[in-house]
Design a binder for this molecule. Structure first.
Ligand code: IMP
Length: 429
């Protein structure tokens, strides 16, 4: 069989594991970075040479001028947001011509955003805590076969089609949700103005990706959100509306799954979650507050404080199995420095019984109590560490324990936001 080189990088918890940084790091050697799911609900911060860049829909390979960046068919795209993000990058001196958008990607429209907000309001205490970026309603329309794809915008009959959809959506907004109707001409103009700017970069991305891999280029697939927010395998209903799984990289980019060689899960050294939903290891105390402050655990997209908890091996092993991971990469290890004791959850207690997986019912998940192993922490500042052997023994023990409990290799770890604070333990990467 041909030896290709492609790597999927996904979050292995509830998102915000530092995927952007890790993708940017591996992108230094890659020829292409592909976003295959989600939309501008993601928030990826990449720091290069001390400068912080924030992207939501633009792939994290954008800082590297040699990398082709692809937004593939499985992603959903808010065109004004994409265009303004590219403008900001251009102003910072970054070349954005190397970005291509799939003609089959679905488009997020203002009515999706309005409906996302109205749906959340109507859910009351059961709200999901969405990012209100219209992601759920866009995927709803995709499945309902009512979606607008990028290719539709080239069609001469598009205006009529969109008008009919906006009329229908306005009925939904006003009659079901008691909201304000949206103005069709405003939506159409904003959409087409932005499309004019980006349309030269719209292509059949599936061919582009396949050709790159088959010509032995190194291609990265960048996930969005995390495995536990996957619509099929996540902590439903408190999930996003797409398949965030590594297994979805081939479907979300339209290539043979055999072309994908390795799946890497990014794992934060502890856990965080934004929005509602079960979180057995959550720390509602001073330890949690300390980790939140040291780890700057506030949504990069929405600014919301993230919920913080100890590392949860039950959830991680569930993610490794359902998302299809081969290896993991640990991020934000430095944030745990100073904790006298670090804890790892190894199983839950549900109705007095030990369980080792995530139960399917949210009500049961909310009742799960974590059982922990406790390990000695480390006091040293590890932000300048360059090798595993430079780490204090207790930090080494922590990583070794994670590896032992997960049963898959740790390929590296990071000790700060900069590219230079990323330590590789396996040379093949
Ligand atoms: P949506 O994706 O905006 O529909 O939100 C659904 C759930 O996914 C909410 O709990 C969000 O907080 C969460 N979510 C969406 N995107 C991200 C992300 O990039 N990081 C972490 N959580 C996210």
């Amino acid at each position: 069989m041909e030896q290709y080189k492609s790597l999927v990088i996904v979050g292995s918890q509830w998102g915000d594991e530092g995927k952007g940084k890790i993708t940017d790091y591996f992108a230094q050697k890659a020829s292409m970075v592909v976003r295959f799911s989600g939309g501008d609900n993601a928030g990826h911060i990449i720091v290069s040479e001390g400068v912080k860049h924030k992207v939501t829909i633009v792939p994290s390979g954008i800082l590297n001028p040699k990398v082709v960046n692809v937004i593939a068919n499985g992603a959903v795209v808010n065109l004004p947001r994409l265009v303004s993000e590219l403008e900001i990058l251009k102003k910072a001196g970054i070349d954005t011509k190397n970005l291509f958008l799939s003609n089959r990607a679905h488009v997020v429209l203002p009515y999706h955003i309005a409906i996302d907000e109205l749906q959340e309001e109507s859910r009351g205490v059961n709200k999901i805590g969405t990012t209100k970026r219209g992601i759920g309603p866009t995927y709803q329309d995709k499945v309902d076969r009512l979606g607008i794809r990028v290719c539709d915008l080239f069609d001469k009959n598009f205006k009529t089609k969109l008008k009919e959809i906006v009329e229908f959506k306005n009925k939904l907004i006003t009659k079901v949700y008691d909201g304000k109707p949206l103005d069709f001409e405003t939506i159409y103009k904003e959409l087409m103005d932005n499309f004019e700017i980006i349309k030269g970069q719209v292509v059949e991305t599936s061919t582009l990706i396949e050709t790159a891999i088959k010509s032995k280029q190194y291609v990265l697939f960048e996930g969005a959100q995390g495995a536990l927010l996957d619509i099929d395998h996540g902590t439903y209903p408190f999930v996003t509306s797409s398949n965030t799984s590594a297994n979805n990289a081939s479907l979300g980019s339209g290539i043979n799954h055999n072309l994908i060689t390795t799946s890497l899960g990014v794992v934060k050294a502890y856990c965080t979650r934004v929005g509602t939903g079960g979180f057995p290891t959550e720390l509602n105390n001073k330890i949690g507050e300390g980790i939140r402050e040291r780890g700057h655990e506030y949504g990069s997209n929405t600014g919301r404080p993230r919920r913080v908890g100890w590392l949860d091996i039950v959830a991680l092993k569930y993610a490794i199995r359902t998302t299809g991971l081969d290896k993991i990469f640990i991020t934000l290890l430095d944030v745990l420095s100073g904790e006298p004791v670090v804890k790892i959850c190894t199983n839950y207690l549900l109705n007095g019984e030990k369980i080792f997986t995530i139960p399917p019912l949210n009500g049961d998940y909310q009742k799960c109590e974590p059982e922990f192993i406790e390990m000695q922490g480390w006091k040293e500042d590890i932000t300048k560490v360059k090798n595993f052997s430079d780490l204090p023994t207790n930090a080494q023990n922590y990583l070794n324990k994670i590896k032992e409990l997960c049963g898959i290799n740790i390929v590296g770890f990071s000790v700060g936001p900069d590219r230079l604070q990323t330590i590789l333990m396996e040379s093949e990467f």
